[in-house]
Design a protein around this ligand. Structure first.
Ligand code: GTP
Length: 719
């Protein structure tokens, strides 16, 4: 039985329900290490309905300590109501929690009483509270809405004590308590009293496909520290630093594009200070230019525009400026504050202007950071190396990261074994705006994860376990919600197409971005079910999994799988799609979904004819030898087709519906008759035509969903 989850006491509901049916006494008494209380608990649990509630939690989840405490409180209240004398329970806990209001109330009928703790309504969206180092239990209680005593109980269970509720708590402890309650946290770091020094701006390059982001980064890289100080050693880190003649530096993130930016922003990582919006002078503003603008605006990150490819004869920077202005970008030369520089990445023109513009922007922003004290850093990307294990590229935002420190990175933890600078040189420390690689992590973090320095390995393990538990809870909740949606589709909704997908990509940040992008195709009609994600090449086990769940495998920025894997996939009829451009990938998968979708069929009136005359042929019905009635008609709209269903209308009312068995024009059998023409038609089993009746020709058409990519870069599947 699991009593201790990463240091936080709790109990698996599986174990609990087992305990409930076998030896609940033993379970509870072990939990409280108090046999006297424990033995009473079995009786109380059944009285309070606790057993049922506990079972309802579902097997396999952890029953939070708070739930047990609540149950315990409830039981104690019941106990008090029933009779003090009968049970003779006179413990400190009882005195603390027991309400002595209505002893006459029959305990068995008493409902499960919520604890004195005011709980958050779980159906409401989850709250996020600010936490900081040195906050007190009182402050935490105010932010979480929980009672001080409840928080104190949790504190005891995470292995901490405070003398009074006004004693300062460590930020990690505050986070652990918040996670136990199920509240999200935003860690605030105070700079009060710390010396703040100017730091280099961190810049991300974004723009439309082929507008020259990579070329611009390459051109800038040549002027970078790597080239100058390390004799042009190949960069192997997702960021680099350019040092200006003035001595000022700029840190560029080497993961151009929206994907990494969005993934980081989604985790609340304010890594980028400035966005360089690259627009090709010969191509102008395009869908992804607008998308990049939206990303920067949403993140409140200022933009510096680089009009690239100005060396090209077709370059028209003025047109680009007008386009940008008409999209709401307030350019400096038009009275706004967005700087524009004209560059050519390949001809290396205007690079100094760009660097100066970036420095000016960063001066305006007065970017400063605390140098001393524990580091705060964000992961830019992470990957696994055979020799080095999981490692993360991170940018330090404040403080100093030191080799040997215990860290929690997102939901992973580790002890920093090595810090490498952008040219792969080992270094002992990393200061603000410095891009570094960190080795020594136990697992693979994600782009945008925060790097937190903690005091001990035990604290690192606890925090990591708590975060993983929270992530898993959120994931299960999301999956549950998606499943519910499938189980209860709205009545009008057509059948939902499910597309199971396995995502493999080069780095964790990309995995996330691709997964998010694929999920953006979801709609009431389409469910992209990402069943597995991973970093690295597509392997045999991916194919096995794909076969087990009928999934298609998507590889992004990964090399083609080995022949044996490709063959195995082909044998199992598993589709493998490898792409390097997200929009191509989305289009490909969108088309796969479209192919797979059964489509919705509907009946359409393809034409109308008016009955002008009626002819009768005796005993000519092929099957029954009955008289046959022929309607002599003129097609008044559209066309009528043989072997379609015909609907007979009289004064607007449907009087008959049946299959057309004969369609003739002047004694000749025809397949279709168009508007304005006359024809004779026979409807199976219809003997009641009248002059003036209207015959509608009904055709069944099947509509397949369509993959739609709109001008602003958004994609969707329309059913
Ligand atoms: N003439 C000229 N060509 C350029 C310039 N910058 C980039 N190119 C060319 O434009 C093409 C696309 O450049 P990339 O740097 O790959 O563009 P990108 O925006 O990184 O492309 P994606 O990564 O696919 O989004 C390449 O053929 C470059 O050589 C420039 O300043 N002048």
């Amino acid at each position: 039985m699991a009593w201790r989850v990463a240091g936080v006491k709790g109990i698996r509901t599986a174990s609990l329900s087992k305990a409930l049916s076998t030896s609940w006494d033993a379970a509870v008494s072990r939990f409280y290490s108090n046999d006297a209380v424990g033995s009473k608990f079995s009786l109380l649990s059944s009285m309070s309905g606790l057993s049922d509630k506990s079972k309802n939690l579902g097997v396999g989840k952890y029953l939070p300590i708070q739930h047990l405490i609540r149950c315990f409180h409830a039981s104690l209240e019941l106990l008090a109501r029933r009779s003090d004398e009968q049970f003779g329970l006179k413990t400190a806990k009882k005195e603390k929690y027991v309400k002595r209001e209505s002893r006459t109330q029959p305990p068995v009928e008493a409902p499960y009483v919520a604890p004195k703790v005011k709980r958050n309504n779980k159906s409401l969206p989850e709250r996020t509270i600010d936490i900081f180092d040195g906050m007190t239990i009182v402050e935490l209680a105010k932010r979480t809405g929980e009672s001080i005593s409840a928080l104190q109980d949790i504190l005891v269970n995470v292995g901490e004590t405070v003398d009074s509720e006004f004693d300062p708590l460590g930020i990690d402890i505050a986070e652990l308590i918040a996670m136990e309650i199920g509240v999200n946290v935003k860690r605030l770091h105070s700079n009060v009293g710390a010396e703040l020094l100017p730091r280099a701006p961190v810049v991300t390059v974004m723009g439309h496909v082929d507008h020259g982001k990579t070329s611009l980064l390459d051109a800038l890289r040549q002027t970078s520290l790597a080239a100058k100080e390390a004799g042009g050693i190949t960069q192997h880190i997702g960021a680099f630093v350019v040092r200006m003649p003035s001595g000022a530096s700029i840190t560029f993130l080497d993961t151009p594009g929206h994907a990494a930016f969005s993934a980081m922003r989604a985790r609340g990582a304010a890594v980028t200070d400035i966005v360089v919006l690259v627009v090709a002078a010969d191509d102008g503003v395009m869908p992804q230019t607008l998308e990049a603008m939206s990303h920067a605006k949403a993140a409140n990150v200022p933009i510096v525009v680089a009009i690239n490819k100005c060396d090209k004869p077709a370059a028209n920077p003025e047109r680009v400026k007008l386009q940008l202005a008409s999209e709401g970008l307030l350019l400096e030369e038009m009275g706004g504050d967005v700087q524009v520089v004209q560059v050519s990445a390949t001809q290396r023109i205007g690079l100094n202007d760009l660097e100066e513009a970036l420095l000016l922007q960063s001066e305006l922003m007065e970017l400063k950071a605390r140098i001393d004290g524990p580091a705060q850093a964000y992961v830019v990307e992470a990957r696994i190396d055979k020799g080095r294990g999981p490692f993360a590229t991170a940018i330090v935002k404040a403080g100093t990261l030191i080799c040997g420190q215990h860290v929690v990175v997102g939901a992973e933890w580790g002890r920093i074994r090595a810090i490498r600078d952008m040219v792969g040189k080992l270094t002992e420390k990393a200061r603000p705006a410095m891009p570094v690689e960190i080795e020594g992590l136990r697992g693979l973090p994600m782009a945008g994860d925060d790097v937190i320095v903690v005091e001990s390995e035990e604290r690192a393990r606890m925090l990591s376990a708590g975060r993983k538990k929270k992530l898993e809870k959120d994931r299960l909740q999301k999956v549950g919600e998606e499943r519910m949606e499938i189980a209860n589709p709205s009545e009008e909704a057509p059948e939902r197409v499910e597309m199971p997908i396995i995502v493999k990509a080069d780095v964790q940040g990309t995995v996330q971005a691709v997964t998010d992008a694929l999920r953006s195709l979801n709609s009431p009609q389409v469910f992209v079910n990402v069943v597995h994600v991973g970093v690295g090449p597509i392997s045999q086990s991916d194919v096995d999994l794909a076969q087990a769940c009928g999934a298609c495998i998507v590889g992004f920025n990964v090399r083609s799988p080995p022949n044996s894997v490709t063959l195995a996939a082909a044998r199992a009829c598993i589709k493998i799609k490898i792409h390097r451009v997200i929009y191509h990938l989305l289009e490909d998968i969108g088309n796969l979904i479209v192919e797979k979708a059964p489509g919705t069929s509907e009946t359409q009136v393809s034409g109308e004819a008016q009955v002008l005359n009626i002819f009768e042929i005796k005993g000519r019905s092929k099957s029954k030898g009955e008289d046959v009635k022929i309607a002599g008609c003129r097609v008044t709209d559209g066309h009528v087709t043989k072997s379609s269903t015909m609907r007979l209308l009289r004064s607007g009312e449907v009087v008959f519906e049946g299959r057309c068995v004969s369609l003739k024009q002047e004694k000749h059998d025809v397949e279709t008759v168009g508007k304005g023409n006359e024809c004779g038609l026979v409807i199976c089993d219809c003997h009641d035509f009248r002059i003036g009746d209207v015959i509608q020709c009904l055709e069944r058409i099947t509509r397949k969903p369509k993959f739609i990519s709109s001008d602003n870069g958004a994609v969707r599947i329309e059913c």
